[in-house]
Design a protein around this ligand. Sequence first.
Ligand SMILES: Cc1cc2nc3c(=O)[nH]c(=O)nc-3n(C[C@H](O)[C@H](O)[C@H](O)COP(=O)(O)OP(=O)(O)OC[C@H]3O[C@@H](n4cnc5c(N)ncnc54)[C@H](O)[C@@H]3O)c2cc1C
Length: 297
Amino acid sequence: MLRSFFIFLSQQKSLRRWMEQSSFAKPLTRRFIAGNTLEEALTVCQKLNREGILTTLDYLGESVTAIEEAKLSRDHCLDAIRLIQERKIDSTISVKLTQLGLDIDQNLCYDNARQLVALAQQTHSRVEFDMESSGYVDRTLSIVHRLHQEFGCVRAVLQAYLFRTEADIKTSNALGLPVRICKGAYAEPDTVAFAEKSEVDTNYLKMTRLLLEEGEYPAIATHDDRMVASATSFPKDKFEFQMLYGVRRDLQRKLLAQGFRIRVYVPYGEAWYPYFMRRLAERPANVIFLLRNFFKN
Ligand SMILES: Cc1cc2nc3c(=O)[nH]c(=O)nc-3n(C[C@H](O)[C@H](O)[C@H](O)COP(=O)(O)OP(=O)(O)OC[C@H]3O[C@@H](n4cnc5c(N)ncnc54)[C@H](O)[C@@H]3O)c2cc1C
């Protein structure tokens, strides 16, 4: 119920505009958003790298409707890839295809994504393509598969709450395409997705196994102790854990100390509202936590 409420709020454009421009919001978001600028985010990545944690940088933005805006996002991501290399940061980038123009034109989006992956290949890095709501899955995978075949240095994201994911994992495994498996963060109808958390969890465990046994260097993206435990008996160099910036830092450190590879997803930028609201939807208790810290500071 609360989850649906926050997902509903995340889609409210006028509230979004107001929140993103208001000065009181910044201290509230600091826990989950690494900063407004690329510089701030790179500093966070360097700090995490020094602790032994790998990163994936996410320039926040999605659902762009203007060609120029999509090109600006692409150029920003190209700068990020260049600076990651120049500063020898151990990081990939993560991007959403609607940020690169998927809602405008699939060819335009492909061309933008292709430029990112071409540069990532030159700089020995990787582009991770986040997965958005279910209406985007076919178009996203079609672009990611093409780029994988041409360049190799990409990762797809699949969501355990979707019925179709088992088939998509089998295809990815056959192609040798690395996958990040997550539970899924959007509100989906019960015609395409498991409705009950217990069903999503059961499917997550099944998908994780399929990836660890047959897939190419999967990323197990979760903060859930039970999901994490299901992967720890597999060889440490054959996969990585991924977690979100500011979430379960205790678990991140514990896994690191045990010798597992861990990559933290580092979001930054001015368009933080939808991402932030999805994090509150996952754990409404965060609202109390954030407000308490806000008043304390
Ligand atoms: C690296 C990474 C990339 C992701 N990429 C995508 C993507 O491309 N597409 C997509 O749809 N989803 C993505 N997600 C989000 C994902 O789908 C889930 O919504 C999110 O990770 C919560 O699921 P969980 O596995 O942590 O389990 P849950 O069952 O939601 O949570 C398990 C436990 O983790 C902790 N926890 C979980 N979320 C939070 C939070 N926000 N704040 C504090 N504690 C929390 C709590 O202790 C909770 O009890 C990504 C997640 C990660 C970690």
